[in-house]
Design a protein around this ligand. Structure first.
Ligand SMILES: Cc1cc2nc3c(=O)[nH]c(=O)nc-3n(C[C@H](O)[C@H](O)[C@H](O)COP(=O)(O)OP(=O)(O)OC[C@H]3O[C@@H](n4cnc5c(N)ncnc54)[C@H](O)[C@@H]3O)c2cc1C
Ligand code: SF4
Length: 326
């Protein structure tokens, strides 16, 4: 392993100094769960790691008028055990609780989780020089594609790996990003970029950009939410398919719906045609099976992942049914 230096940052100015000097070989370091894997796997060879764990402003979790503010350095464990999140944002609590193991959740931060790199086994193996690493081939197309995308793969069939991102997007979360130009707020959905637009990366973050806070809008009367995840193993496993559904019900009618899927596309997959069908319907009269099938419409599986189509349908059906009877 090539030696690298760790620089401890206390402010965005400290971060910028390092990234200005070495923009291509500097990386932000939070809990280090994914970043250290990338280094050990030989996927990146940094000169500098900028340790941001001492930046106090990134650790604040506060309930404010415009929503819940979650500092990017909050550990997943701290969110899992937060009683306000458990009662108001159950899908978020369920998603963080589903990540890895207690040991991982004790160290992993929410900011790092949202920015983790894909799990594609060809990407993770330094001997496969695939399109995402600047090579000429996507090995998943003719190779082993069990865990790959069934929607939206354009030349690269990675699936978005973060469970909390799926829940946060269904809550219409936004992120505050610190950069050399100050601070900017944007919807979390806009953080992510698909391979059709940029095959080499998964977020639009520029060199040195640092997620400061995630803002989750306040809950509204009648809001119900759920996160469900299908995995191959019982614990310590990424989603084969995950579903986050947030709805608002008024006098038995669905007035708002937001459905996001994970594990099926290179970016979090928002199923707007199902949301449209749900809005205005009486929740007890909805055909849950039909909604599940509708969610899987347009899927285009590779050789080994057509099983995901059935999983999408059954998870979406279960999610709607759960919320109808909750
Ligand atoms: C065995 C195992 C099982 C797992 N299972 C799951 C799972 O089921 N579901 C799931 O969602 N995840 C899972 N993960 C992934 C894990 O949750 C992430 O690797 C972890 O959350 C990353 O957080 P971190 O703080 O360690 O980030 P780091 O590893 O420090 O950083 C990850 C990336 O984010 C960047 N970064 C970190 N903080 C910021 C910030 N504030 N702003 C901008 N960029 C930043 C870093 O530069 C780096 O590129 C699993 C990981 C392992 C090893
Ligand atoms: S799916 Fe993407 S990351 Fe995986 S082998 Fe193909 S190009 Fe590489």
């Amino acid at each position: 392993m090539k030696p690298f230096k760790i620089v401890r940052a206390k402010s965005i100015t400290d971060i910028n100094k390092v990234f200005d000097a070495a923009p291509r070989s500097s990386y932000l370091l939070a809990g280090g769960i994914d970043l250290m894997d990338e280094i050990k796997e030989g996927l990146i060879t940094p000169d500098f790691l900028v340790d941001i764990m001492n930046m106090k402003e990134l650790k604040v979790v506060r309930d404010e008028q415009d929503g819940l503010r979650v500092g990017a350095l909050s550990t997943l464990e701290s969110l899992e055990s937060n009683s306000l999140i458990a009662t108001r944002y159950p899908a978020l609590a369920q998603s963080v609780a589903s990540v890895g193991t207690p040991q991982i959740r004790n160290v992993a931060t929410i900011g790092g989780n949202l920015c983790q790199r894909p799990r594609c086994w060809y990407y993770r193996n330094k001997f496969f020089d695939c399109l995402k690493k600047g090579g000429k081939t996507c090995f998943a197309v003719d190779g082993q594609s069990k865990y790959h995308a069934v929607f939206g793969g354009q030349r690269c069939y990675i699936v978005h790996p973060s469970d909390p991102a799926i829940a946060l997007i269904s809550y219409r979360a936004q992120v505050d990003i610190l950069s050399v130009d100050g601070i900017r707020r944007q919807p979390l959905t806009e953080l992510y970029v698909g391979p059709g637009e940029d095959i080499l990366r998964e977020t639009r973050l520029r060199s040195g950009d640092t997620i400061k806070t995630i803002i989750v809008p306040p809950i509204v009367p009648g809001q119900r939410s759920v996160f469900l995840k299908a995995t191959e193993r019982r614990t310590q496993d990424f989603a084969l398919v995950s579903v986050a559904l947030v709805i608002t019900v008024d006098h038995g009618f669905i007035t708002d719906a937001r459905l996001t899927l994970g594990g099926v596309a290179p970016t979090p997959y928002m199923v707007s045609h199902v949301e449209d069908e749900m809005r205005g319907s009486r929740i007890m009269d909805l055909d849950y099976t039909k909604m599940g099938k509708l969610a899987a419409q347009g899927a285009s599986p590779l050789k080994h992942n057509s099983y995901k189509i059935g999983l999408v349908s059954s998870l979406v059906e279960t999610a709607i049914r759960d919320l109808a009877y909750s």
